[in-house]
Design a protein around this ligand. Structure first.
Ligand SMILES: *Cc1c(COP(=O)(O)O)cnc(C)c1O
Length: 409
C-alpha cells in the first residue's frame, strides 16, 4: 500500500511539469527549467510485485506503537473539533518543544529556550521556505550551500527566485571547503544572507567539525546561519546554545525522523525571538493541522518510548558499517545519523562514468528489492529494521560482485 501511494505521488508531481511548454507565457521561465522534487526515480524493477524496502527517505522503520495510535484516535474522537481551525498560535506544542530542547541540550539553565524561541512549520521544509522569504526574496540576497547536501535548500530557493551559491566539500571527510566558502561569499553577486548547514549532513552523514563551527560563528551578523538538526536524536550533539547567544543563529529540527511522524509533517525552528516573530509573519495561517499538533505533542509526551529505540538503531549502524567495510569495492564514510553514504571505489569505476555507474547500482539494488537514494555522487542508504539491514547487505554484496565483474570484463 505504501508503495502505491509513493508512485501515485511522483506521477502527480511530474505530470504537470511536462506540460509547461513555451506556450505558457504567463509562467516564470526559470521554473520551466526546474524539475519537481520526487524521491523515487525510474520505473519499477524486477521485484515490482514485491514490496521494496523503503530505505530512500531516512524515515524511521518503526511506526507508532498501536497504543499510541489508539490514544491519538481517542483524541481525534473526543477532543479535536473537525469544524474548527487548529490552534494557530501552536502555544501548547511550542511549550512542549521548548521543554524538550532544554532537556536535551547541554546546560541552558542560565538562558533557557522558551516558547518565544520556537516556531513550528508544516515539516521543516516550510520553515526553510519561511527563512528564505524572511531574508532573501525580492532580490534581497542569496544563499550558500556546500554540496553535496540536502537538496531542498536549493530547490526552494530557486522556486522563490533566490540565487544559490554552491561550494564543495573535501572528499575525504565531506567537511566544507571553508576557504572556497569564504571566497564565494566575498564575490557573490548578491550578498549571502543565509548559510544552510546540516548537522549531521545529508547525504554524507558527517557532523560539523570544530573548524566549521568556528567559521560559522565568525560570519557577520548580516548573515543568518541555519543549522538543520534533522538528525539530532541520532547524533546527540546540538548547536542550540548558540541561539541564545547570537542574533543570527537558527536551528531547525523535525518530527519526521527519530520521532516517527513523517506522515504528520511537523518541523520546528529554534531561533532568537526577533527572528521567530518574523517567521510568524511570513508563514501561512493555520499551517499545522490539529491532528498533527496532537501527534507531535503525544510524541513528545511519550519520548522515552519513541526515542528508546535509537540505541538499537545505532548498534545496527555499527554492525552494518562493519560488514560493508569488508566489501572490497565499496567506499563508506562514518555516519552520525540514521543512514549510510557509500560509493563504489575508484578502482572499480572510471571517474567519467561515475554517475551512470551509480545509477546502474541504484537500479540493480532496486531490482533486488532495496530502494536507496542516488544523490550527491553516491548512494544514501537508510537504516531500516534488522531484516531490512540484512537484505541491504546481501543485495549490496550480490550487486557489487556482478557490477565490478561486468566492468572488469
Ligand atoms: C528529512 C530532512 C528534513 C525533514 O524535513 P520535514 O519537512 O520536516 O519532513 C529536514 N532537513 C533534512 C536535512 C532532512 O534530511
Amino acid at each position: 500500500m505504501v508503495q502505491q501511494v509513493r508512485s501515485q505521488q511522483s506521477e502527480a508531481m511530474t505530470d504537470p511539469i511536462t506540460e509547461t511548454g513555451a506556450e505558457s507565457s504567463f509562467l516564470r521561465p526559470d521554473l520551466a527549467a526546474m524539475a519537481a522534487y520526487t524521491h523515487q526515480a525510474g520505473e519499477a524493477g524486477e521485484a515490482a510485485n514485491q514490496p521494496l524496502d523503503p530505505l530512500d527517505t531516512n524515515e524511521s522503520p518503526l511506526d507508532l506503537p498501536p497504543a499510541l495510535k489508539e490514544k491519538l484516535a481517542w483524541q481525534y474522537q473526543q477532543e479535536i473539533a473537525a469544524n474548527r481551525y487548529p490552534d494557530g498560535g501552536h502555544g501548547a506544542l511550542k511549550a512542549a518543544i521548548a521543554a524538550y530542547v532544554n532537556e536535551t541540550a547541554p546546560d541552558l539553565s542560565a538562558r533557557p529556550i522558551t516558547a518565544q524561541h520556537i516556531s513550528v512549520g508544516n515539516g521543516s521544509d516550510e520553515l526553510i521556505r519561511s527563512l528564505l522569504i524572511a531574508t532573501c526574496v525580492g532580490g534581497a540576497g542569496s544563499i550558500l550551500v556546500a554540496q553535496p547536501t540536502f537538496s531542498m535548500y536549493g530547490i526552494l530557493a530557486r522556486t522563490l527566485g533566490v540565487p544559490v551559491v554552491s561550494v564543495d566539500r573535501h572528499e575525504h571527510d565531506f567537511s566544507v571547503d571553508l576557504e572556497a566558502a569564504s571566497a564565494a561569499i566575498a564575490v557573490a553577486p548578491s550578498p549571502v544572507r543565509l548559510v544552510f548547514m546540516v548537522h549531521p549532513n545529508s547525504p554524507t552523514a558527517n557532523p560539523l567539525t570544530a573548524a566549521e563551527l568556528d567559521w560559522l560563528r565568525a560570519l557577520p551578523p548580516s548573515t543568518l546561519v541555519v543549522i538543520d538538526e534533522a538528525y539530532f536524536e541520532f547524533c546527540q550533539h546540538t548547536t542550540v546554545a548558540e541561539v541564545t547567544q547570537r542574533p543570527n543563529w537558527v536551528v531547525t529540527r523535525t518530527f519526521s525522523k527519530a520521532f516517527r511522524l513523517a506522515a504528520h509533517r511537523v518541523g520546528y525552528a529554534i531561533a532568537p525571538p526577533t527572528l521567530t516573530a518574523v517567521l510568524e509573519k511570513v508563514r501561512l495561517p493555520y499551517n499545522l493541522p490539529s491532528f498533527s499538533q496532537a501527534a507531535a505533542r503525544l510524541a513528545l509526551a511519550e519520548r522515552q518510548t519513541l526515542l528508546g529505540s535509537i540505541p538499537d538503531l545505532i548498534t545496527a549502524r555499527q554492525q552494518l558499517t562493519a560488514e560493508l567495510q569488508k566489501l572490497p569495492n565499496l567506499q563508506l564514510w562514518p555516519s552520525a545519523a540514521n543512514f549510510l553514504y557509500v560509493r563504489p571505489t575508484q578502482g572499480c569505476i572510471p571517474q567519467q562514468t561515475c554517475d551512470q555507474a551509480l545509477d546502474s547500482l541504484f537500479r540493480q539494488l532496486k531490482a533486488q528489492g532495496t530502494l536507496v537514494r542516488h544523490t550527491g555522487g553516491g548512494l544514501r542508504i537508510t537504516l531500516g529494521t534488522p531484516a531490512e539491514n540484512q537484505r541491504t547487505l546481501a543485495h549490496l554484496q550480490q550487486v557489487l560482485g556482478n557490477f565490478c565483474h561486468d566492468l572488469g570484463s
